[in-house]
Design a protein around this ligand. Structure first.
Ligand code: ZN
Length: 267
């Protein structure tokens, strides 16, 4: 009996110590906001409805107190947003079905901006991933993999960011921005265990893609995508912890995403 009490006490102590260390690390770390705000400047796919916010009320009420409330309306895929796997893979997770474990975790950042900023049709290759691994070690299992193309610096200038500021179906052929080569996506699902993929452009497939194969390959494996991710230049290549919480739209193919990272240690 005494032994049991001792063991229970030990378990309690180690448990509370662990709790404290998580709290300490969180309060010591630096939070980085990886989401853009939503407004009439927010970048949407040329065929998607943009963000609209109408004032329901803003001012002093007859009761003498201030009150404001708005109605908003937008497509799922615009601004910083989630692509749920079901966006390109039938039967896979919808926005509300993705386990929180897949949306949170350690992140690795692969910077390809040196090449991508010189070529708006740049495709991130297996070589880029291998080059990162040569310097930083093999990508850890269950990593959230973020690619930095440098195009975030153009946001929200659609002409520079997307290659065109035109809207509608005809504008789609004029899109030019870098993203992930389908071969690199294939290599990742076969050779590495990644939780989610994100990048600082409007799509995981490059602007000129016609078949969206990178979407298909990743989402078929229930790997969610984060698009139009902000501030990737503020993250270390590894060591950051990402929390990506989308709007929980039941059956949604995606949705607005509040994504943040915590980087350990004070500035
Ligand atoms: Zn999307």
């Amino acid at each position: 009996m005494r032994w049991l009490l001792f063991l229970m006490l030990l378990a309690f102590i180690s448990c509370s110590e662990k709790d404290e260390s998580i709290a300490e690390e969180l309060s010591d770390g630096k939070w980085i906001d990886l989401s853009y705000d939503f407004s009439d400047k927010t970048i949407y796919w040329p065929t998607a409805n943009g963000f609209k916010m109408d004032t329901s009320f803003n001012g002093t009420t007859p009761g003498g107190f201030y009150y404001s409330a708005y109605n908003y309306c937008a497509a799922e895929h615009g601004g910083t947003h989630l692509d749920a796997p079901v966006h390109f893979a039938k039967g896979k997770w919808a926005a509300d079905e993705i386990p929180l474990e897949k949306l949170t975790g350690a992140a690795a950042i692969i910077d390809v901006s040196g090449k991508a900023l010189k070529d708006a049709d740049y495709l991130i290759s297996v070589n880029d991933i291998e080059a990162w691994e040569k310097t930083n070690g093999k990508l850890k299992d269950d990593i959230i993999l973020l690619f930095r193309t440098g195009y975030g610096s153009f946001y929200p200038d659609a002409k520079k960011y997307l290659g065109t500021d035109e809207r509608g179906l005809d504008a789609v052929a004029k899109l030019h921005f870098p993203a992930i080569h389908p071969d690199a996506a294939e290599w990742l699902v076969k050779n590495r265990k990644i939780k989610a993929v994100g990048l600082d452009v409007a799509s995981v497939d490059y602007g000129q893609s016609k078949d969206f194969r990178t979407h298909q390959i990743l989402y078929e494996q229930n790997i969610p995508g984060f698009e139009n991710v902000a501030n990737l230049d503020k993250l270390p290549v590894k060591g950051a912890f990402v929390i990506a919480l989308p709007m929980k739209i039941k059956g949604g193919s995606g949705g607005p995403l509040r994504i943040v990272a915590i980087v350990p240690g004070k500035e």
